[in-house]
Design a protein around this ligand. Structure first.
Ligand code: SF4
Length: 366
């Protein structure tokens, strides 16, 4: 395997470049390109062509490279299938929104959590990602945004211009971040210090690993926390999220509210609305009846939180179906009546398989 220059320290990069008979300043030029996310040496335009060619023979730029890139039909969402040095694949998604450019990154190759509605877990967990492998996903997005500047996209819905920078990060792609918590923390520290992304613009989403939430609390940075809840009772949650057998609903919520209260942050609650085919073929609501809405309200009443309702996004290998629009609004209305902040999350990039893990799974099947 060729060495990955992004993984080198400055001293190692300098040694590598001077050993190739190059002057020292070339190492600084190359570092600059790497920090901008240059995907290959060819794009490092201020290096001599012969050096670019020589580097290409002996080294890689980043620890990830783009295998596939899909664009949503509205031009605002780009999904990347990325390959790591050992051939494992992960996904990351760039969303150009009215509030900025948000990147959803993966923290593991695959996932061991076994959530019944998720494609990412179907091939099991392969391994944790390193800090550099997580960080490089933002660089891929950053490079893409720079390309946007030269070939402008359609105007965004509210007319905002693209300022060319990643502004928000969500650790919500493939994998359970808090099973790889040390590297996720290392990544966030770096995104904050090297890319200047504010703590409050970074969100970590977990299915509810209580010790990991507690570690985030001790770490003490005021990032946002999102809990994938998806059911208002232990019985139902354990059926669709096996992790609930280990960390029960109330323990997860207690740990999460402790985190959000410490930082005076609103806790994000993710809630996928699921239905299953009923006997006569009509959707039978699994977790989003009126009774579920009342139970969810009982759990969250008076708490500083926002419930993101996410109508099910089809994953072919899973048997769920989307509830009707009426059912979604009825569920939301009950939460609102009970004083719970809630919104229906706008689905982004549906036409490019934006459900977590779908692209990776499809590619593995060939
Ligand atoms: S939803 Fe998240 S935690 Fe659950 S299996 Fe998918 S990637 Fe893993």
């Amino acid at each position: 395997m060729k060495p990955v220059l992004f993984n080198f320290t400055d001293a190692q990069l300098l040694e590598f470049i001077t050993n190739m008979g190059q002057p020292k300043f070339r190492a600084r030029q190359i570092r600059d390109w790497l920090n901008r996310g240059a995907p290959n040496f060819e794009s490092m335009k201020n290096l001599p062509i012969t050096l670019r060619h020589d580097l290409d023979l002996v080294a890689e730029t980043l620890p990830v490279h783009v295998v596939k890139k899909l664009e949503s039909s509205d031009g605002q969402t780009t999904k990347f299938l990325l390959e790591l040095g050992d051939g494992e694949q992960i996904e990351c998604v760039l969303m150009r929104t009215s509030y900025g450019n948000s990147v959803c990154v993966s923290s593991q190759a695959g996932c061991a959590m076994g959530c019944k509605f998720c494609a990412s877990t179907l091939l099991g967990l392969k391994r944790n990602l390193t800090v550099n492998e997580i960080y490089s996903q933002i660089l891929v997005a950053q490079w893409e945004l720079r390309n946007d500047m030269t070939s402008p996209r359609p105007i965004r819905p509210n007319g905002d211009a693209n300022n060319g920078d990643v502004s928000h990060i969500v650790v919500m792609g493939t994998g359970e971040p808090l099973q790889n918590v040390d590297n996720v923390i290392g990544f966030i520290e770096r995104a904050n210090s090297d890319m200047g992304i504010g703590w409050r613009k970074i969100t970590v989403s977990t299915c509810g690993i209580v010790p990991g939430i507690q570690q985030l609390t001790s770490w003490g940075r005021p990032i946002n926390l999102a809990i994938s809840l998806h059911a208002p009772t232990d019985e139902l949650r354990s059926r669709i999220m096996p992790i609930n057998n280990k960390y029960h609903l109330n323990d997860v919520l207690n740990a999460a509210f402790e985190f959000s209260e410490l930082h005076n942050r609103q806790l994000m609650i993710e809630y996928i609305l699921l239905a299953v085919p009923g006997e006569n073929g009509d959707p039978e609501l699994l977790n989003c009846t009126s009774e579920h809405a009342e139970k969810l309200s009982d759990l969250l009443r008076g708490k500083n939180c926002m419930v993101n309702l996410i109508p099910w996004n089809t994953v072919n290998e899973r048997d769920f179906i989307s509830p009707s629009g009426n059912a979604v609004h009825r569920f939301q209305d009950i939460l609102i009546k009970n004083g719970i902040h809630t919104r229906i999350r706008r689905e982004r990039g549906n036409d490019i398989g934006s459900a977590c893990g779908q692209l990776r799974l499809n590619n593995a099947k060939g």
